[in-house]
Design a protein around this ligand. Structure first.
Ligand SMILES: [Zn+2]
Length: 320
């Protein structure tokens, strides 16, 4: 079947996903895939083109994680697709186990950037360097575009008033029972555990079970029922920095200091000159026990949320 081929000017929304696992999830969310377009030789990005609910979208991956490569990818993407208006930065992130209006932040939940308190929705907590275990915060990052904040709010209202969660339904687009997509399966709430902040992972290179991390060091949390048919979404500030955070003490210190719900590594680079909504599926707790068991499902949850926003975008803001 011949795929639609549009021109570069037809695309107004960029969807940036740093990791391969996130890019696959993003593509599973498209209603339609479009023919690739030619691109300048200086542009090394790999794009996937398509549409969701009539809105044309460019999906771009990053060849490595981090703010610097994210900034380069976005700059090139905007040169090749000059009509891009705004973006979605979609992928996994490390959660802060705090309580919001939606309950505790847990693995498999989604955190979406929203200006809160003194912050614009995203906080760059480092400047590429740590100062004696503390981070100097630099300038404020641009807030998410108003159109996307409105869409996020409209989606929240819609989800509160319907029985079947459309975000959950979107996750089902990824057929996790298929061998190659197996990593997107819901791991189960029994695989979500949180250790005391002071308790360090026992054996590097081995899982908590194999390496002898003690179960009694896990924090007892009231389990919501093991209900995967509703995706919990928290909205608030997201911290962006260059470091892979694997330290629960530092996590809690920074989270308290900046009132953030989640840590990630690309927003500061992307937001430097491209207005974006940041959407992160929580795959770990930024501590020394972090592993990749939840990567697939968390990536799927973030992509599923992003897809649903396209049903709440006003048509006049992004002409079809
Ligand atoms: Zn461990």
């Amino acid at each position: 079947m011949a795929r639609t081929k549009l021109n570069h000017d037809s695309y107004q929304i960029g969807w940036i996903c740093p990791l391969e696992v996130e890019q696959i999830a993003a593509m599973e969310m498209l209603d339609e895939e479009h023919e690739p377009l030619e691109q300048p030789s200086a542009d090394h990005n790999v794009y996937s083109l398509g549409s969701i609910n009539g809105h044309n979208v460019v999906i771009a991956g990053l060849y490595q994680t981090g703010n610097c490569s994210a900034a380069v990818v976005v700059t090139q993407m905007r040169m090749t697709f000059p009509k891009l208006k705004f973006g979605l930065l979609v992928g996994i992130g490390g959660g802060v186990p705090v309580e919001t209006d939606e309950g505790l932040v847990r693995l498999g939940h989604v955190v979406v950037s929203k200006p809160t308190g003194e912050h614009s929705g995203t906080v760059q907590y480092d400047h590429g360097k740590a100062l004696e275990g503390r981070f100097e915060r630099t300038g404020a990052l641009a807030p998410p575009p108003a159109t996307l904040l409105s869409a996020a709010q409209a989606l929240a209202v819609h989800r509160a008033r319907t029985d079947e969660d459309p975000v959950w339904a979107n996750i089902q687009r990824i057929q996790a029972q298929r061998r190659r997509l197996r990593r997107y399966k819901f791991p189960g709430i029994s695989e979500d555990y949180l250790y005391q902040p002071s308790y360090i992972h026992q054996t590097a290179g081995l899982s908590c079970e194999e390496g002898g991390c003690h179960a009694e060091q896990r924090i007892e949390r009231l389990a919501d029922e093991d209900d995967e048919s509703y995706i919990v979404v928290h909205r608030g500030n997201i911290a962006s920095g260059e470091l892979v955070l694997k330290n629960a003490g530092l996590r809690d210190l920074l989270a308290h200091q900046h009132r953030v719900l989640c840590f990630e590594m690309e927003a500061a680079g992307v937001l430097a000159d491209f207005p974006c909504l940041v959407i992160r599926g929580i795959s770990d707790y930024c501590d020394s026990h972090k592993n990749d068991r939840w990567h697939g499902y968390a990536a799927a949850a973030a992509a599923a949320y992003a897809r649903q926003l396209f049903f709440h975008l006003p048509v006049e803001a992004v002409p079809k």
